[in-house]
Design a protein around this ligand. Structure first.
Ligand code: RB5
Length: 142
């Protein structure tokens, strides 16, 4: 599932084309123009779907990716990672089992954004000690 605000709209449209060409199945929850909107509305739609198991992965795009990631991480079971470089995208999956990728359209260009999405999708969670740590995230403070 994919969502963006007005700042991320253009990059969302650009990223959807190669994803479609690869046969990746996705649902686009908007926004569908460059008219100003509020990013939490779209972050919650995608994060709710991931939180309830209706979507395996989410992609959220705003100007920086910050507002989207902060909002998405308020929902239970969501691990949204703001990745504006390839190393972070790989680690977000391998170590943190991130289930939502947040991108900043005003930070990365299309080519890098596409490579980040690809890296995020191709990298698998390493489990082991990382699984123990992720379980602690949901256990709260002790
Ligand atoms: C919109 O101007 C901008 O604030 C938003 O896209 C995002 O960067 C917020 O975190």
């Amino acid at each position: 599932m994919i969502g963006a605000d007005h700042a991320g709209f253009e990059l969302k449209e650009l990223l959807l084309k190669p994803l479609s060409a690869q046969g990746v199945r996705w649902k686009d929850v908007g926004t569908f123009s460059s008219e100003s909107v509020d990013y939490p509305d779209f972050a919650f739609k995608v994060a709710q779907a991931v939180s309830k198991g209706r979507a395996t992965f989410g992609l959220l795009i705003c100007g920086t990716g910050i507002g989207m990631s902060i909002t998405a991480n308020r929902l239970s079971g969501v691990r949204a990672a703001l990745c504006n470089d390839l190393y972070t995208a790989r680690m977000a999956r391998a170590h943190n089992n991130a289930n939502i990728l947040a991108l900043g359209s005003r930070v990365v260009g299309f080519g890098l954004a596409q490579a980040i999405v690809q890296t995020f999708m191709e990298t698998t969670f390493e489990k082991g000690r990382h699984l123990r740590r992720i379980k602690k995230m949901d256990g709260g403070c002790s």
